[in-house]
Design a protein around this ligand. Structure first.
Ligand SMILES: [Zn+2]
Length: 466
């Protein structure tokens, strides 16, 4: 047997179940052994990781890299570099913000071609819109790992009404896949926003007043009712409020196959930050009150969240400053994937006692399980891909724009102070990022395809063991 390539030793390891002192032996692209304690192991190279955390590389379930068509907003080259810098070794890219959106085989082929430059591994979402029910099977054959629909109007991505959602859920369930929804109520947000605009409101608070928690809850209720009626799997993305999580938890308790996602920005910022920072902190659903943010943390700490994802949604700086005096004129979306881990380490682990194993569950193992590739990703397990992140938990830094690998280096997190910094990111055995520098080559990333039309229910069984 050949000598393994690398032994990272004497780190604090965290899996989704436990934290312990140990090491990882890497042979080729895989984890050869998960070691407990600090014994000797033969290896070509070894890294003494005393004092560092060693986690499975994060799986970001929700990013918008805007290619094809809007590579000037982000692109797979810069987006995947930022992922690596943030300790993310797999990301799942959304079907919208690109042009064309990913709603049929032809647009999926364009997306797959654009993604080939990625520095880390990735998978792709397919889109459900108002006129593509006949194209879902070709998306499934093409390898998408899930489907995304909007219950509210979005740029370039037609909203799905109740009829489309139901028909889409039924079809997607037959594939053994699942539907993710952006849950805000169309009628309520349109009516409230129109009234605010008619009264001359353009200020930052007006953004959130047009998209209240009630609008989010109404849409969550509707989506859950449809999942319950069809028996389909449902994932609610970027839940911004505790009551939304409570609806999902209650549905889970009565057997509905639904999972909950929230984002670091709902845990780090509140509406006062939108007022202070301006359009760079505009997103939908909007940032909520400080009390709401704390209540959402309670749900995180209670273990009620399945996935924390960045919802990285970049744009040109001018598309943010356009809203300086008219919040409605700004692009809505926060650039954040490089900051997920620092946010959760600082605000979660350090400030609120979030367990490291829970951080790993929500950012790595949980999302990998959602998409059905948890045999290879999001785990510290012999045989799994050697996707790892080494973190210095004591390193303090203030995020500066020049630290960002985004094509447009702006973010609501610029100026924020963090404790806990990514030191090294390893993708399938290769160090791709180290101490501020990208090392791995463009194109190193490989696509993770879904089960296609063959393997219907196996991923569902893993997710919802009964
Ligand atoms: Zn999104």
């Amino acid at each position: 047997m050949p000598v393994p390539d690398l032994y990272i030793r004497n780190a604090t390891l965290a899996t989704d179940e436990q934290t312990f002192v140990g090491g990882i032996v890497i042979a080729g692209e895989r984890i050869a052994e998960v070691v407990t304690g600090n014994p000797e192991r033969p290896a070509t190279q070894s890294i003494d990781a005393t004092g560092l955390l060693l986690l499975p590389g994060l799986v970001d379930a929700h990013v918008h890299f805007s290619e094809p068509g809007r590579g000037h907003w982000e692109g797979f080259e810069t987006g995947s570099q930022a992922a690596a810098a943030g300790g993310i070794t797999s990301f799942v890219e959304m079907p919208l913000n690109a042009h064309p959106p990913t709603t049929d085989a032809a647009s999926l082929a364009l997306k797959q071609a654009a993604a080939a430059v990625s520095h880390v591994d990735y998978a792709l979402w397919g889109g459900l819109v108002d006129d593509n029910l006949m194209h879902l099977a070709e998306l499934q054959r093409g390898g998408v790992v899930g489907y995304k629909a909007f219950m509210v109007t979005a740029t370039d991505f037609a909203r799905s009404d109740r009829r489309i959602l139901k028909a889409g859920m039924e079809q997607i369930a037959r594939f053994g896949s699942f539907l993710a929804v952006h849950a805000e109520d169309e009628a309520m947000t349109i009516e409230l926003t129109a009234a605010l605009r008619a009264s001359g409101r353009r200020d930052r608070l007006a953004w959130g007043e047009g998209r209240p928690i009630e609008a989010e809850l109404a849409a969550i209720d509707e989506a859950i009712a449809l999942a319950e009626a069809t028996g389909a799997r449902l994932h609610i993305v970027h839940v911004s409020c505790a009551a939304g999580i409570d609806r999902i938890s209650a549905a889970k308790a009565r057997g509905v196959k639904v999972t909950a996602e929230t984002c670091p920005h709902y845990l780090f910022f509140d509406v006062d930050d939108l007022v202070r920072l301006g359009p760079v902190a505009k997103c939908a659903p909007p940032l909520r009150s400080p009390d709401e943010r704390d209540m959402l943390w309670d749900r995180v700490l209670a273990g009620e969240i399945d996935v924390i994802a960045s919802d990285h949604s970049p744009c040109l700086w001018e598309e943010k400053t356009a809203g300086d005096d008219d919040i409605y004129a700004a692009w809505g979306g926060i650039s954040g994937l490089q900051s997920t881990l620092p946010v959760l380490l600082t605000e979660g682990v350090r400030r609120r006692g979030l367990k490291l194993s829970e951080l790993v569950r929500m950012t790595a193992t949980g999302p990998a399980r959602l998409f059905g590739f948890d045999d290879r990703k999001g785990r510290l397990l012999a045989g799994a891909d050697a996707d790892l992140v080494l973190v210095d938990p004591e390193a303090e830094f203030t995020l500066e724009a020049r630290d960002l690998f985004y094509r447009n280096p702006h973010s609501a997190y610029v100026g924020a102070h963090f404790v806990g910094s990514v030191q090294r990111t390893i993708s399938r055995g290769l160090t791709v990022y180290r101490e501020g520098r990208m090392i791995g080559p463009s194109g190193h990333g490989r696509r993770l395809d879904g089960a296609g039309l063959r393997d219907a229910a196996s991923s569902e069984e893993r997710l919802f063991r009964v």
